[in-house]
Design a protein around this ligand. Structure first.
Ligand SMILES: C[S@@+](CC[C@H](N)C(=O)[O-])C[C@H]1O[C@@H](n2cnc3c(N)ncnc32)[C@H](O)[C@@H]1O
Length: 322
């Protein structure tokens, strides 16, 4: 338990969407004044439904915002999300070129290598991995429909002997420790948390094994409020590239490479293919408020990207287990 817990509990009990507390008021809640350790601890507020929005040293106050819709995508019906995305080649930003570039930083993958692809979706990147390595791949996702598609696709490409899709959760892996040479995950680690995922997965890697993930990241230290709020609501832990690399290193990986995914990964491969799917979905479920809200959320995601893409994007992080 953190020494700041009484403050987070105070915010949670208060429940206001915005709350400004002076340093003295915070001292009243905690019994001690905030110091530099507050800067490290402030991310804990997310677990209590808040984010530390602004610390004014000049005016001696801290502004907190309530997180309105943590992981909003998960508040939509599981079946609905699955049905929508299962027909799309990709369920997140990415491209074969980016997957191949990330692979180029990884040594010693042979026909004996064991690779896991976690949060694989329908397997867009899994097939690219299989076609550009000689190892065997276990691809895992929560959605049974996606896994069915992935296995059918592997068979169509004649990759069924090296690619096997299974249903499971990436925070409860059905594997033995130390069995993998490479753990891959595109666009999925935020579902369990960047730090938590990298920490947990490390045990499943052999010594000198690699991890390669894409993760939502800030490109700049400061962002406009609208986009900061959107992403902190969706991924409370979101950080800058430097911050994420330092987490990777702290956990026990040597950071090998990090590169940002180019715009075509978002626009051509993620947003554009969704346009027809959205029309189709709205026609299939006329007047369904859940479907309308889900499509509106996805459209807003695309609009915000066009408006604010200089501030954030997906970054490939590649690390080697020490
Ligand atoms: C943004 S999609 C990315 C899919 C694919 N890797 C891609 O890039 O096209 C995130 C995927 O993570 C999966 N997912 C979410 N939470 C998960 C969990 N706890 N365990 C396994 N998969 C999960 C979702 O079902 C979804 O397929």
């Amino acid at each position: 338990m953190s020494k700041y817990n009484p403050l987070w509990e105070y915010l949670q009990a208060n429940g206001s969407s915005t709350l400004k507390l002076t340093f003295d008021e915070i001292k009243g809640v905690l019994g001690f004044g905030i110091d530099h350790s507050f800067l490290n601890a402030k991310k804990e507020a997310a677990q209590f439904g808040y984010q530390v929005w602004k610390i004014s040293m000049k005016e001696k106050h801290v502004t907190f915002h309530r997180i309105e819709n943590t992981s909003i995508i998960h508040e939509f019906d599981f079946g609905l999300i699955s049905e929508y995305f299962v027909e799309l080649e990709r369920q997140g930003p990415g491209s074969p070129e980016a997957t191949i570039k990330a692979l180029s930083f990884i040594d010693n993958i042979s026909h004996e290598s064991k690779i896991a692809d976690l949060g694989c979706g329908t397997g867009g990147q899994t097939m690219v991995l299989a076609q550009n390595t000689k190892g065997s791949i276990t691809a895992l996702d929560l959605f049974p429909g996606s896994i069915e598609k992935l296995n059918a696709h592997a068979e169509k490409l004649g990759l069924q002997d090296r690619v096997k899709g299974i249903v499971g959760s990436m925070d409860n892996l059905p594997f033995r420790n130390g069995g993998f040479d490479l753990i891959w995950s595109e666009g999925a680690i935020a579902n369990i948390g960047f730090e938590k995922g990298l920490n947990y997965w490390k045990d499943f890697l052999k010594k000198d094994g690699y991890v390669a993930v894409t993760y939502e990241s800030w490109f700049t230290d400061e962002r406009p409020f609208e986009i900061e709020k959107w992403w902190v609501d969706a991924v409370p832990e979101i950080g800058t590239i430097g911050h994420n690399i330092s987490i990777m290193q702290k956990i026990g990986y040597v950071p090998v490479a990090a590169f940002t995914l180019p715009e075509n990964c978002w626009i051509e491969n993620y947003f554009s293919p969704q346009k027809a799917r959205q029309e189709e979905f709205l026609k299939k479920y006329p007047g369904n408020k859940n479907v309308e809200a889900f499509i509106a959320f996805l459209k807003q995601e695309a609009e915000l990207y066009t408006k604010y893409k200089r501030y954030y994007g997906y970054v490939f992080y590649i690390g080697k287990k020490v």
